[in-house]
Structure formats: structure tokens, C-alpha cells
Design a protein around this ligand. Structure first.
Ligand code: UDP
Ligand code: MG
Length: 150
């Protein structure tokens, strides 16, 4: 067992549907601690750093447009970001999310329940770090050290 931290981002589809609290509640109920939380307005530069691992992928630009809320008619480019901490937090949260494509996500997972089922892999409700390395990089990108509980 490993004490881990993972970055959670509520995606614009979840924000627009007012499901942020519900999704966070389901993740917290895994036994994880909320050690950082913020509402923030994002920029394209932030997303390019966040998705550095997707550089060169044909879908990257549309993913960034989507993450900026451009398809969801949000009043700004807001995102709700959290750091969750606990034993095996990264793999626990990824298991709770389900597959990247909501159509393939099991029906008891967050993406299976709240992702868009109209063949739109982008609209999958929530982001969570995939690996220990990604988590460290992503948390440092979204939060200052003093914004995270010790
Ligand atoms: N994505 C997409 N088309 C693809 C693969 C991914 O639009 O073919 C989007 C989707 O929103 C996904 C994000 O890009 O959540 C990041 O992709 P990744 O492979 O890291 O999936 P995740 O880690 O989010 O499950
Ligand atoms: Mg990923």
C-alpha cells in the first residue's frame, strides 16, 4: 500500500450539469482526504502543459477547447480542481472513474454514469492523474505547495 496524492479536475460537462459535489462526494467516499480545492479560470497555456503527454495527438486541440468550456457555454473558462490523498489514491480513483470512453465505462463507474453516452469520448466527466509521475507534475501545475494541506 502506498500513500498517494492525485489531481482531480471536474470537466465542463460535470460543471454545467451541477454534478461537481456529487462526483466529489463519490471520490471522497473511497476513503480519500480532500487536501486541496480551488475554483479557477484556465488558459490555453495551462492546458497545453497539463496535457503535455498528449502532444501530437490529433484530438488534443479539441480536448483543450472542450476543457475550456467552449462546447458547454460556461460563462468563463472555469474548472474545479482538487487534490485527494490516501492509500493507493491514484489507482482507486481511476477504478472509480472507469474507462476513458464513457460508452465503454462500466455502468457503476463515474464515467459510466455521468459521461456523455453520445459517442463523445471527450465528455467523460472528470480527470484524474494516471500515474505517480503524472500526479506529481499535475499537482505542481495546478496548486502552489502552500495551497495543499501538509
Ligand atoms: N480523449 C479524446 N479522444 C481520444 C482519447 C482521449 O477526446 O481518443 C480525451 C478524453 O477527454 C480523455 C482526455 O482526452 O479524458 C485525455 O486522454 P487520456 O488518454 O489521458 O485519458 P484519461 O486518462 O482521461 O482516461
Ligand atoms: Mg490520462
Amino acid at each position: 500500500m502506498h500513500m498517494e496524492q492525485t489531481l482531480i479536475l471536474m470537466k465542463p460537462d460535470t460543471i454545467e450539469k451541477h454534478l461537481t459535489g456529487l462526483v466529489l462526494s463519490r471520490l471522497e467516499a473511497l476513503g480519500l482526504e480532500i487536501v486541496a480545492a480551488k475554483a479557477t479560470v484556465t488558459t490555453r497555456a495551462l492546458w497545453e502543459e497539463h496535457y503535455a503527454n498528449l502532444k501530437g495527438k490529433p484530438f488534443l486541440n479539441s480536448v483543450i477547447d472542450f476543457m475550456m468550456g467552449n462546447f458547454n457555454h460556461l460563462p468563463d473558462h472555469r474548472i474545479y480542481a482538487f487534490v485527494l490523498r490516501g492509500e493507493n489514491a491514484i489507482s482507486k480513483v481511476r477504478a472509480a472513474l472507469g474507462a476513458t470512453n464513457p460508452e465503454q465505462a462500466d455502468p457503476w463507474t463515474l464515467r459510466g454514469q455521468f459521461g456523455c453516452i453520445k459517442n463523445d469520448v471527450m465528455q467523460n466527466a472528470v480527470h484524474a492523474s494516471g500515474t505517480v509521475e503524472d500526479a506529481a507534475r499535475e499537482i505542481a501545475l495546478w496548486f502552489k505547495p502552500e495551497e495543499i494541506l501538509p
